[in-house]
Design a protein around this ligand. Structure first.
Ligand code: ATP
Ligand code: MG
Length: 671
């Protein structure tokens, strides 16, 4: 069956395996990434919440600051109006208009009005300001409208009265009063300004069903200041100056531009009479009404409203503060607001940034986790190799070794595992070797025993025959040869018995140093050693060792004999002794001869192994040494390097516990 996706999936599996060679590594990477995702996710959420909170707080603080600024402008403007009012009230020409008979210094009322209009010119740079002079009953005597640069003399309609409560209060109490006031339609009609103030009520979503003030739509909201005109205990009337806020945007725009406030609105009751909030059509939203929810807080409870609110047609972060008239009644609202759009854009940008950072961090963690987990799991790979090696070993391959590629604990485990295997192998080799030698020894002992008696008989009869003087010289010589060759056979047989540990050990505490010195003293005279230099490095504090001196001499003789044979052109033979821990001594015989090839090492102690020409060596020397050393419960080791020399090391216990041997622990004694 042909699977078109096969090559792709193969490629993917291969790539995956290369990326995560150990399954555990993949688990680690996933775990790392999950932890990162969790912590970065929670972190991002917390940061986003914090930023959100911070922005809300800072926006709220901002609108509160905006409100303070707006109020400062508002109050400042009212103060300015009051200053002008007071100044006019002190003007002798104004007071004279009431005092003089019939008209003070003025020929006609028109003259006074003209005078008033010149007085007012240039006093207010922007906005609709009105100056009204009233008599004690609140009847209008003169009124002018200052519209920026124009000053218009207002005709008055005597059918209506301008007797506002604030005006009456100022006349009665002879005090100056300044406040935000509602100027009802009737008062406006008296100076023919009703049209200027009229703002039809517009339907507004979320507004309360009923307007807060029934006069909304027709009445005017104004910043009013009233100063009484009085002299010598007599009150004549009052000077009233007011800024009509309806349809006049100068104050709100000044606050917006100079104080940097987003939107400012002044409400009469819950109706916008002056604002720079725009409708969807881009017109100023005058005539629209406040949302019922905000009205409840500000107009009915008399508290500030702070927070996000629906203004006209969109959301703003807002602050609404009530406006009070001179009697302390709530008559309107001063509003400032910052568009939430900008705030939301800022928030979205922040959140996007935070999300991006979190995502990038998770990605970086994932990418970094690959090499990091690789580094962490590398020793595991080595452990797996170690397991494979131990499996090979358990299947019988003692030559298997674990690769030591890493440091640290795992490397340590691998190298000590290898050391253990080395020891195991050499122990096993030695065991095999000694078992081989032991069975060979049994065979040799059997043969030797069988040969010993016939040889003794041959020797006896040959000797008897030789003593027969009647024999020819020829026979004599032949018999001599028989005796010599038989002696040689006996020597071999005794060597074999030595190897097979079938001889007695006559152990006595012996100074090995003395024994060596005496032996060398005699041997060095032998022609065999004429080219040899003996170098003795004997440890002075060497303890006495229990050993069979004759047998040990044989051991040494064989060793120096072999050493000399290995150096046909002469050289140095070093004999060392040393005390060892555990009540042992060591004797070393070192030469500078031709050395032993590695393949011979395992056969050295086998009887009849020799590399010497026929007739020169029997190959029994080391076999005998081996037997003797084992009988002394010792060890013999050899180290050799071809071309450089050989060192035989014999370790012996200083106390030879023959008692154990008699218990039949041949294995231990021979060991
Ligand atoms: N010091 C040495 N340097 C190099 N080869 C050695 C040394 N000692 C022993 N050999 C090797 O080990 C072989 C066996 O030695 P071993 O003493 O058992 O027998 P041999 O010396 O050959 O004969 P024998 O000792 O009976 O005369 C030697 O033939 C020689 O090849
Ligand atoms: Mg020898």
């Amino acid at each position: 069956m042909i699977d078109p996706s096969q090559p792709y999936s193969n490629w993917f599996i291969r790539f995956f395996k290369q990326l995560f060679p150990a399954p555990f590594q993949f688990t680690l990477v996933v775990a790392f990434s999950l932890v990162a995702a969790l912590s970065f996710g929670v972190g991002a959420w917390v940061i986003s919440r914090t930023i959100d909170q911070y922005l809300v707080t800072s926006m709220t603080e901002r609108v509160s600051r905006d409100m303070r600024l707006a109020q400062a402008f508002y109050v400042d403007h009212l103060k300015w109006i009051e200053d002008i009012t007071v100044r006019l009230a002190k003007e002798p020409n104004v007071l004279g208009f009431f005092q003089g008979k019939p008209m003070g210094g003025w020929q006609t009322t028109s003259d006074f009005r003209a005078y008033l209009s010149t007085q007012m010119r240039g006093l207010f740079d922007q906005g609709n300001h009105v100056v009204v002079i009233v008599d004690r009953e609140g009847k209008v005597k003169a009124a002018v409208l200052v519209e920026t640069a124009n000053v218009i003399i207002l005709e008055h309609d005597t059918r209506y009265s301008f007797a506002l409560p604030i005006v009456q209060k100022a006349i009665q109490e002879r005090e100056i009063f300044s406040a935000t006031e509602i100027i009802p339609e009737e008062a406006l009609l008296s100076i023919r300004l009703a049209e200027k103030a009229r703002i039809p009520i517009l339907d507004t979503p979320r507004a309360a069903p009923q307007p807060y003030d029934p006069r909304e739509g027709s009445a005017g909201l104004a910043l009013v200041s009233v100063a009484p005109l009085h002299q010598k205990g007599q009150t004549f009337g009052a000077v009233v100056v007011f800024h009509l806020i309806n349809n006049d945007f100068t104050l709100v725009d000044r606050i917006k531009t100079v104080a940097g406030v987003d939107t400012v609105t002044i409400f009469l009751g819950d109706q916008r009479v002056s604002t720079n909030v725009l409708t969807e059509q881009g017109k100023r939203a005058i005539g629209t009404r406040l949302s019922a929810e905000v009205g409840e807080v500000v107009l009915y409870k008399g508290e500030s409203f702070v927070g996000p609110a629906f203004v006209v047609n969109q959301n703003y972060i807002t602050r609404y503060d009530p406006l009070y008239d001179h009697q302390g009644n709530i008559i309107g609202i001063l509003y400032v607001g910052a568009s939430q759009g900008r705030f939301l854009r800022l928030l979205t940008a922040f959140n996007r940034q935070v999300a991006l950072i979190a995502l990038a961090s998770i990605l970086i963690t994932f990418v970094l986790a690959i090499p990091v987990s690789g580094y962490i799991t590398r020793p595991l790979g080595e452990l797996r190799k170690l397991v494979q090696t131990s499996q090979k070993v358990s299947q019988g391959d003692l030559s298997a070794r674990a690769p030591v590629n890493v440091g640290g604990e795992v490397g340590l485990v691998a190298s000590s595992f290898n050391t253990m295997l080395d020891t195991l192998q050499s122990t096993q080799d030695k065991l095999i070797q000694s078992e081989k030698l032991a069975s060979l020894g049994q065979l040799a002992a059997g043969v030797a025993h069988e040969l010993n008696n016939p040889l003794a008989t041959i020797l006896l009869y040959a000797d008897i025959l030789r003593r027969e003087s009647a024999l020819d010289l020829q026979y004599q010589t032949d018999l001599e040869t028989i005796i010599n060759k038989t002696l040689r056979c006996k020597q071999i047989v005794s060597g074999l018995l030595n190897f097979a540990r079938q001889t007695q050990v006559n152990a006595q505490p012996t100074s090995v140093n003395d024994l060596i010195q005496e032996l060398i003293e005699i041997e060095k005279r032998h022609t065999r050693y004429e080219k040899i230099v003996f170098n003795l490095e004997l440890e002075a504090a060497l303890p006495l060792a229990e050993l069979d001196a004759a047998q040990f001499r044989e051991v040494l003789l064989n060793l120096i004999h072999n050493a000399a044979d290995a150096m046909p052109d002469g050289g140095k033979i070093t004999i060392r002794t040393a005390a060892k821990p555990d009540d042992m001594i060591a004797v070393e015989v070192q030469d500078e001869g031709k050395g032993i090839p590695p393949e011979h090492l395992s056969k050295l102690f086998t009887p009849f192994f020799t590399t010497k020409p026929v007739g020169k060596g029997t190959g029994l020397g080391l076999a005998i040494i081996y037997g003797i050393v084992k009988m002394h419960r010792g060890q013999i080791n050899v180290q050799s390097e071809v071309g450089r020399g050989t060192t035989f090391t014999i370790s012996l216990p200083i106390k030879l516990n023959l008692h154990r041997e008699s218990q039949g622990e041949e294995g231990i004694i021979g060991g």
